[in-house]
Design a protein around this ligand. Structure first.
Ligand SMILES: [Zn+2]
Length: 325
C-alpha cells in the first residue's frame, strides 16, 4: 500500500514538473546532520532520518550536481523531478555523517561554506545554543544587554529560549551581536565545543569525494546590515580562500540567512555577480525554473520526519505558485 502511495506521489511530481523552460528545479536545503536527536536542536535532522530521506530521494527523483542543474536549466533540458541537495554553513557533521550517506546513495550535493569558521570556529548562534546547554540555574537574566529573562529550567525551555534569543539578536549590528554572544558565553562558565565546523582537511575530502563547494561569505553576516564595500570583502575573500584551499573554482553562492529584502538587498546581488559567481541561492521557499532569477534561486526543506509526509510535502511544493522575487 505504502509503495503504491509513493508511486502515486512520484507521478504527481512528474506531472507538476512542467515542460521546456518551465521545467522545475527543486533545491533542498540542509544545515546539520546530527549523530542523534538533540533536544536543544529539535529542528535539525540526524543521520537516521537523513539516511531514509536520501534513499527516498535517490529512488523517486533525478538528483544532479548543482552545476549540471544550472546548465540544464539554462538549456531547458532539465528532466522531470529534477532535484539538487544543498548544505549551508560548513558543519563537520556534513563530512562525518552526511557524506557517507550521500555516497552510499550515489547522490551529489553542494556545500556552501562560511570560510571564517573552518578549523575550530563556532558560529554565534551555535555559541548561544551551546551556552544554554551548559548554563547553570533555571533562569537566564539578559536584562543587562537589553533582552528578557529566560526560562532554562528544562531542555525544552532551553531550546525555546535559545530560539528566542537568536531571533532577538540575529539582525543586530554584527559587532553588537558579537558582544551579546560573548556575554551569554561568559555566563555559561564552561568551555564550549570547538569541533562543530569542518576542518580544512575535511572540506578538501568532501571536494575530492565528488561533492561541489560553494561560497557563503567569510563570517556569515546579514549582508543587508553591511556597506557594499564590506559585502564585497565578505563575498570575494570567502571565494578566494575556498579556491586557494581546494585549488578549484568556486562557482556558486548562497546568501547567509537568505531572505531577499531582509537578509540581503537587490543592489548587493550585483556584488555577488562581480565577484565572479555564476548563480546564487536564497532561502525563499519554492521551486525554480529558467524564467526565474538565477541569482536568487528558491530552496526548500521538507521538515517532516515521516517518509510519507516528507514525500507529500515535496509533491505539494511542486504545485505552489511561484513566489514573488
Ligand atoms: Zn548559513
Amino acid at each position: 500500500m505504502q509503495a503504491l502511495l509513493f508511486m502515486a506521489l512520484q507521478l504527481l511530481c512528474t506531472l507538476a514538473s512542467g515542460l521546456g523552460k518551465r521545467k522545475k528545479l527543486f533545491i533542498l536545503i540542509f544545515h546539520r546532520v546530527l549523530d542523534g536527536p538533540d533536544s536543544l536542536r529539535p529542528w535539525e535532522i540526524d543521520s537516521e532520518t537523513f539516511a531514509w530521506q536520501m534513499a527516498l530521494i535517490a529512488k523517486y527523483f533525478n538528483v544532479m550536481a548543482f552545476s549540471e542543474a544550472i546548465e540544464r536549466m539554462e538549456n531547458h533540458t532539465l528532466p522531470s523531478r529534477a532535484m539538487c541537495i544543498t548544505f549551508d554553513d560548513g558543519y563537520a557533521d556534513n563530512y562525518t555523517n552526511a557524506l557517507p550517506i550521500l555516497l552510499q546513495n550515489k547522490l551529489s550535493a553542494i556545500f556552501f561554506i562560511a570560510s571564517g569558521y573552518l578549523d575550530g570556529g563556532r558560529m554565534w548562534n551555535d555559541s548561544v545554543i551551546e551556552s544554554l546547554r551548559v548554563m547553570p540555574g533555571s533562569r537566564l537574566d539578559l536584562s543587562k544587554i537589553g533582552l528578557d529573562s529566560y526560562d532554562i529550567s528544562s531542555e525544552q525551555k532551553k531550546a525555546d529560549s535559545a530560539i528566542a534569543i537568536i531571533q532577538n539578536i540575529k539582525h543586530l549590528d554584527p559587532d553588537v551581536r558579537t558582544q551579546h554572544t560573548d556575554y551569554i558565553v561568559s555566563l555559561a562558565k564552561k568551555e564550549l565545543p570547538h569541533d562543530l565546523m569542518l576542518s580544512s582537511q575535511q572540506l578538501a575530502k568532501l571536494h575530492v569525494s565528488g561533492m561541489e563547494i560553494g561560497g557563503h561569505t567569510v563570517s556569515h553576516p546579514i549582508l543587508a546590515t553591511l556597506s557594499l564595500d564590506a559585502v564585497k570583502q565578505e563575498v570575494c575573500d570567502n571565494k578566494a580562500s575556498l579556491e586557494r584551499l581546494l585549488s578549484a573554482q568556486v562557482r556558486f553562492f548562497a546568501y547567509p540567512n537568505g531572505k531577499p529584502g531582509q537578509d540581503y538587498l537587490p543592489e548587493q546581488v550585483h556584488v555577488i555577480k562581480n565577484c565572479g559567481y555564476e548563480a546564487a541561492v536564497s532561502t525563499l521557499p519554492g521551486v525554480s525554473t529558467a524564467l526565474d532569477d538565477p541569482w536568487q534561486l528558491a530552496r526548500f526543506t521538507p521538515w517532516d520526519k515521516h517518509p510519507l509526509k516528507f514525500m507529500l510535502r515535496i509533491a505539494i511544493e511542486y504545485f505552489q505558485l511561484k513566489r514573488l522575487y
